[in-house]
Structure formats: C-alpha cells, structure tokens
Design a binder for this molecule. Structure first.
Ligand SMILES: Cc1cc2nc3c(=O)[nH]c(=O)nc-3n(C[C@H](O)[C@H](O)[C@H](O)COP(=O)(O)OP(=O)(O)OC[C@H]3O[C@@H](n4cnc5c(N)ncnc54)[C@H](O)[C@@H]3O)c2cc1C
Length: 649
C-alpha cells in the first residue's frame, strides 16, 4: 500500500474561514493509507513547504495530496517541492478546496463535508498515480513577435540583444504602431517621436531582427520550441530591393487618397511613404487609389522610376519561418464611429477623436502642429473634451475603464492651451483615474496652470448650432446645467482590441476575454503567458495600458522568451494521452475532439496516434473515445472510477 501524506492549507481565512480544517485533517487522517495529515495557514509559504518536505523524507511518503487553491495557482510549486525531497513530481496531487469549495459555499458544515469528499477523491487518484518522466523535445531559439508597436519593438530588441533571432511581423508598411502618431506623451510631455524613432532605427539595423512589414500570420503549426509560421506578405507593387527611396514617384503621382496615418485629416498620394520618419522609409501603392491598378490608366510612377522598382504585377506571397516561441503584441484601436454616432462623430466635422487630436498637435501632422478645425481651418477658441465615450458604459459601449483617457485628455487640454493661449478647455468626466507616478500631479497642474475646467458628469446632448457644436450636460458636483458652444469637441473613445485579433488568437489557440483582449494564463502569476505554452503577450493586446506599463510588460515577455531559450531542449508534461491500440477502432472521434492537433489516424496501421509534444492533457479525446481506447497518464479510467467511488461513499 502507498504511503500518502495529506497537507491542508488554510489560505489565511480564504479556506479556514469556511472549512473546518481541524475536522478535515482528523477525518482524512483516519484512512489507512494516509500516514500523515497536517494543516498550516499558508502551505505555499516557506514553513508550509518545509512541513511537506520533512514529512516526505521522515515518513518515506510515496505520494502527497495538497488540499489548497486551484492547481493553476501552485501545482507547479508543490510538484517542484516534492521533487526536491526525492518524490516523483507526478505523485503530487492538488485538491482544490478553495475555488471549488470555500469560495463558493457559505455553510461551513456542508463546505467541510464537500472539502472532505474532494480530498478523499484526490487521495484515491494519488493511490493510482505512477512515476512519470517529462517528455523532451528539441528547441528552436528564434522568436516571432507579431505587431511592431512599442510593445513589439521593445520585446524584439530585448530578445535580439540577448543574442537570439527575432522575426518581427507587422501588418502596416511601417513600424511604431500608435505611438508613431502621438505628439507629446504624459506625464513628462516628452515628444513621442524622440523616444520612438531611435528604437525604430535600431530595429531596422539590428543583425538579429528580421523585419517583415506589410505581413500577417496566415497559419501556425507545431508546438513550443518547434513552431512553423506561414506569413502572408501583402502586395506593395514596389520592389523594395530596387527602390532607392528618392521620392520621385510620390511627388509625381496624380492620385490622392485619405491618409490612414493622419486618421483621415489629410490626404496622401496613392504611392507614398506614410510619414517622413517612417521605418522602413519605403513607398507602397494603395491599390484602391491607384488609377493604373483600377483602370490601367496613368502608370506615371513606373515611367519615371529611375530604379525600375514599380511592379504592378506584384502579388501576395507566402513565406515560412521556423520559430520556437511567439509574442503577440497586436495592440489596440479606438472605438469606431458607428458605435458613437450619438456624439456626432463622423457627422459633425469638428467632432474628432483623441488620435485625430494627437495628429493636430503633432509638429509633423497635417497642420504642422497648429490646432485647426477640420471644417474651416479656424483656430478653436473653446474646446470640449469628453471622457468615457464608450468606456464604463454597459448599455452602449463597454463596461471596462480604458485606463489612459483621463491622462491623455488632461494632456490634450494642456497642450491645446500651450498652442492657443487665449483658448479655454473644458473636460466632462465621470471620475478622474490618475494612478501612475506623477499622474495626479499632472492633472492638478493642468487645472492650476492651464486653467482647464472640469465638469463631473456625462453630457446629455451634443448637436451642431451654426458653426459651433453645442454641448449640454450637468455638473453633478455643483448641480448646475452646463451649456457650451464649442468650436471643437474631442472624444476620448473606448480602447478596443485591434481588428482581426480574435481570429489571430484562434489560430494561435490563445483565449480572449468577452471584449477580445488576450487572456493571460494567470492574472497575477503568469501575466504575459497564454494558456498555450510558448505563446506570450505584451502591450495593449492584453488590456488598455499606457506606454510605461506597455514597455514594462514587453520587457517581461522578452525575459520569459529568454528564459524559455535558456536550455537546450523543451520539457513537456508527461500527463498526456496514449492509445490502447488493441481496442482502438480508428473511428477518428479523438481527432475531431482535439483542438491542439495532437491526434491523428495512422491509416496504414488503422489506429489513432498521439503526438505527445502537442498534447496539452485536456482530456477531451478521452471523453470522446467511445470504447476507452484513449487513456490519459495519471488520470486513467480506474483512477477516475475510484475517485467517484470515494465521493459516493
Ligand atoms: C489618443 C491617445 C493618446 C495617448 N497618449 C499617451 C501618452 O501621452 N502617454 C502614454 O504613456 N500613453 C499614451 N497613449 C497610449 C499608447 O498609445 C499605448 O500605450 C501604446 O501605443 C501601446 O502600444 P502597443 O504596441 O501595445 O500597441 P499599438 O501601438 O497599437 O501597436 C500594435 C501594432 O501591432 C500591429 N498589428 C495589429 N494586428 C496585427 C496583426 N494581426 N499582424 C501584424 N501586425 C499587427 C499594428 O499594426 C500596430 O503596429 C495614448 C493613446 C491614445 C489613444
């Protein structure tokens, strides 16, 4: 008979406040195979771990059951611990009596009975556990970073600096993401370009970074350490190997299109570089705006190009990259005009969004940094800024706080006043959230020095009145009705995940929350890991955050990649599935059930097989298998049955 130890954690009051820990230990200790049963308020702490270590050594335990929080929290901690005491790590089981018991029940007696059932069933499982060895696989120490905003750039540079190769995939023709569009940045008001452009230049020159712009991931196959990425490069109609960047084509092109980079506030030529500091500084042709590609007329750029670089026959191209890890840094967008029509966005020309205002503020923007109304080019004397447009609005937008708008709106009001000395800025807000270092001071300074007027409350109406935009609302602090005839209105629209991120996440088997932001494996303990091993995340793709937080998170994602690459091979959990081939009928139901592509039918041998390194041990194929031919190591059928028997006892 196995000698099993049971260690019950009180988790402070989290478990002990509901479950009678002493009774639990006493009852479970009566079982013959349980040679030690102990409790401690914090089993994951040093004294708690020491208690388990000593018991394993002194009592010569064969298996251990730790009754505590969810295995996603500390299974790894306890398995590592028992390993140091000489026990096979897969002889350690976690009985979740917190999330599955104390947190969901108020009745102490009932909760204690249930906790006892859970622990008994895990003791039954431990009884059947076998020693397992980790599966080893080779490791390709190249990483693919998807998205080259500041988060992707920071991650790429940090990994590249440590000597590993990086493939940086960006769907735009330039790198830098939204930061390239910003003017000056809170709370220090240093210019965005001055922080960003040295980094974009470094990326462009770095020998360990392979930059793939105009590109998106088409498909990812394989597993941690050994992924194959298929990348689709869009047609640019310009051969960048030949192009010298002389700019003649852009100058002579007769067709104009709306500039996406200037967020529709300006036009650009159908063949153009999006902005002068763009990296790479190479032109692409906007097919929809190009007369040659639409009607086979014009073709001036091709005629005048001295390098013969224009290629109207260019087609999308697929390339493959072998990599060992992926970082998703796909960033954000702001809420589209269809969702915020009630604020006049898209209908009233002088109602613009925050990123458009950034372009007006920017020295390299469409007005050369002067604040001008889109409708008539006049300098606005009164500007109303409206916060929480679509954020913290369950009815019409999203329930979450977009986290950066209080700060960038305060910045906008400040910078506006720096540019229009006689101007007045008004801000409608719900609450001011300024939690970063120096942030509250920044807001207060704006009130004091630039005279920004704050009104606490949502606006009730906004409409065009002559050449003004009338904004009506209530200041809920003074109970006063507010009515302003503004020259311009700037909306702090909700931050939303970038377009196409859900589909991309599905390709990578990474979860998203109900709004489409990437789900981390654990919000506190694994904040940059996804549930798919080897796939990490950084920046706004995970949740709204400012540049300092984005850069910190990107650095953390980079260090996770570096630590993954620190060994020479990858270890994979051995709790994977296997096939009892003599009863397998090759029906294929396991293949259908597996979302990790770990199951396949060997047509020659007429049996189902398992690619162990792809198997995540979710057990979906075990339940799908009609005759029990698929079994999971250390969750075998007889173990499951004895666990159920214990519950029914
Ligand atoms: C109006 C406004 C003002 C702001 N002002 C400040 C400020 O003053 N200070 C501050 O700290 N923060 C500010 N911010 C926040 C700042 O913009 C973000 O913190 C930062 O840009 C986030 O960087 P990111 O790399 O995560 O995302 P992004 O900048 O969005 O970059 C993501 C990149 O990924 C690319 N991408 C997306 N999907 C794919 C795909 N499928 N394949 C390939 N590439 C893809 C995108 O093209 C983009 O280049 C402001 C934000 C707004 C809206």
């Amino acid at each position: 008979m196995k000698r099993i130890g049971v260690f019950v954690c009180g988790c402070g009051e989290n478990i002990a406040g509901t479950v009678d820990i002493d009774r639990l230990v006493e009852e479970i200790g009566k079982r013959e195979e349980v040679v030690v049963a102990e409790n401690y308020p914090y089993m994951c702490s040093e004294p708690g771990q020491e208690m388990i270590y000593e018991a394993i050594v002194e009592q010569e335990l064969d298996a251990a059951v730790v009754a505590a929080c969810s295995p996603s929290m500390h299974e790894e901690t306890f398995r590592q611990l028992v390993g140091t005491a000489g026990m096979n790590p897969y002889q350690c089981e976690i009985a979740n009596i917190r999330e599955q018991c104390s947190w969901v029940h108020a009745d102490g007696e009932g909760a204690t009975d249930k906790a006892l059932d859970i622990v008994k069933s895990m003791v039954a499982k431990a009884r059947g556990d076998r020693d397992l060895e980790e599966i080893k696989a080779s490791l390709n120490k190249r990483v693919m970073v998807i998205g080259a905003g500041i988060s992707g750039i920071q991650t790429a540079l940090e990994v590249a600096e440590s000597g590993h190769e990086v493939v940086l995939v960006e769907r735009n023709s330039y790198i830098g993401g939204h930061m390239a569009q910003l003017s000056e940045t809170f709370p220090t008001l240093d210019c965005s370009q001055c922080i960003l452009t040295p980094k974009t230049a470094q990326v462009n020159r770095h020998p360990n970074i392979e930059l793939r712009v105009n590109s998106e991931l088409e498909e990812l196959s394989g597993y941690v350490g050994n992924f194959t990425a298929t990348i689709r490069k869009k047609a640019t109609y310009v051969d960048w190997d030949k192009c010298t960047g002389c700019g003649d084509c852009q100058e002579k092109c007769p067709s104009e299109v709306k500039s996406e980079f200037e967020r529709g506030l300006d036009t650009e030529k159908a063949i153009s570089v999006p902005f002068p500091q763009a990296v790479p500084n190479m032109p692409t042709i906007n097919a929809e705006g190009c007369r040659y590609l639409q009607e086979e007329k014009c073709g001036i750029c091709q005629q005048i190009c001295p390098a013969d670089a224009i290629d109207f026959a260019d087609e999308p191209d697929l390339v493959e990259e072998e990599i060992g890890a992926v970082v998703m840094a796909t960033g954000y967008e702001i809420l589209g005009q269809d969702k915020i029509a009630e604020y006049g966005y898209g209908q009233i020309p002088d109602v613009i969004d925050g990123l458009q205002f950034e372009r007006l503020l920017s020295a390299s923007g469409p007005t050369g940094g002067e604040i001008r109304r889109p409708s008539d080019g006049r300098e606005p004397e009164e500007v109303v800024f409206i916060q929480c447009v679509g954020s913290r609005d369950e009815e019409k937008g999203y329930p979450y706080c977009s986290r950066i708008c209080c700060m960038y709106t305060a910045k906008h009001a400040k910078l506006y006043k720096h540019k229009v000395d006689s101007g007045q800025a008004y801000i409608f807000y719900m609450d001011i959230r300024a939690g970063g270092k120096g942030y509250e001071e920044f807001i207060q300074e704006g009130r004091r020095q630039e005279g920004t007027k704050y009104f606490r409350g949502r606006i009730s109406r906004l409409y065009r009145e002559g050449d003004k935009v009338r904004v009506k609302g209530v200041d809920t602090l003074s109970d006063e009705n507010i009515e302003i005839d503004a020259d311009m209105v700037v909306l702090a629209s909700a931050i939303v995940p970038n377009t196409g991120v859900r589909e991309l996440a599905q390709k990578l088997k990474v979860g998203t929350d109900e709004h489409g932001f990437l789900n981390e494996a654990h919000p506190k303990l694994k904040p940059v890991e996804s549930l798919t091993r080897g796939i990490f995340m950084a920046g706004m793709a995970q949740a709204p955050k400012d540049i300092p937080d984005t850069v910190s998170q990107a650095g953390f994602a980079a260090s996770k990649v570096k630590s993954l690459f620190s060994g020479d091979e990858i270890s994979h959990s051995p709790t994977v599935v296997y096939v009892e081939e003599d009863i397998c009928t090759a029906c294929g139901q396991c293949v259908e059930a597996c979302v990790y592509d770990a199951r396949e039918i060997n047509e020659k041998r007429k049996v189902a097989e398992v690619q162990e390194v792809l198997c995540e041990g979710c057990g979906a194929c075990v339940t799908a298998c009609p005759n029990g031919a698929t079994q999971q190591r250390n969750t075998e059928q007889d173990q499951m049955l004895s666990m159920i028997d214990e519950m029914l006892d």
